[in-house]
Design a protein. Structure first.
Length: 219
């Protein structure tokens, strides 16, 4: 995800919609939906290529795909994502400004399907595993809210040690709902099922949902 975010930043700069371009309008980017599929993990010393491109622009949402390939051109991973813009002053989602809506996405064969705005997770009635994460300085991004990858780290850390030692993450589906800031305390509820694991992250102080997630692990 770090590699993908960096590639998105560089590609946005090429289109004139990078973070600095948005800051001049007192707005910023916010990731709303992200779905990753891992087909094969790169090994130590491998050289990989990360490519990204916008696929569709709507009134409120811009969609972006990612692909990771190795030196042989084999697909290692791919991801679909949905992004919105937010007002830095009001910390609220806004309509995409005209200079972003005017973007003409490239003609790419077989783009990934646009993600549904809501993932439709069904929460088990059993008690979840409980864990916490305190947001520190190195969790923050340039907008001074928690970096998306920090939430993924919290999800991974919520899994049992046996899963982390004996399995690999194969699929990850994320729905971001609200932001966190320095010194916020996150509570993570995790349910383990035969098909997938489900995760709910929320603020410890007021119970506001921060992120919902679904992860699939394979041996």
């Amino acid at each position: 995800m770090n590699w993908m975010q960096e590639s998105a930043n560089r590609n946005a700069l090429e289109y004139g919609i990078g973070m600095a371009d948005l800051l001049r309008h007192e707005i910023g980017w916010m990731l709303m939906r992200f779905r990753l599929t891992m087909y094969q993990y790169p090994r130590y010393g491998d050289t990989v290529q990360v490519s990204t491109f916008p696929t569709k622009v709507e009134k409120y949402f811009i969609y972006r795909d990612f692909k990771v390939t190795n030196e042989k051109g084999e697909l290692l991973a791919e991801a679909a994502s949905t992004w919105v813009t937010f007002s830095i002053e009001r910390r609220a989602m806004i309509t995409l400004p005209e200079f972003i809506r005017a973007l003409d996405p490239p003609m790419i064969a077989n783009p990934l399907p646009a993600l549904p705005l809501k993932p439709g997770f069904t929460w088990p009635e059993t008690d979840p595993l409980l864990s916490e994460r305190l947001i520190g300085w190195h969790d923050l991004d340039t907008n001074q809210h928690t970096n998306n990858v920090s939430y993924v780290q919290a999800v991974i850390e919520s899994m049992p040690e046996a899963t982390l030692r004996n399995h690999q993450l194969r699929e990850l589906d994320l729905f971001f709902k609200s932001e966190c800031h320095l010194h916020d305390r996150l509570l993570i509820h995790t349910w383990l099922t035969d098909e997938a694991s489900l995760h709910r992250l929320f603020h410890a102080d007021d119970g506001r949902e921060v992120m919902l997630a679904r992860s699939v692990w394979a041996s």
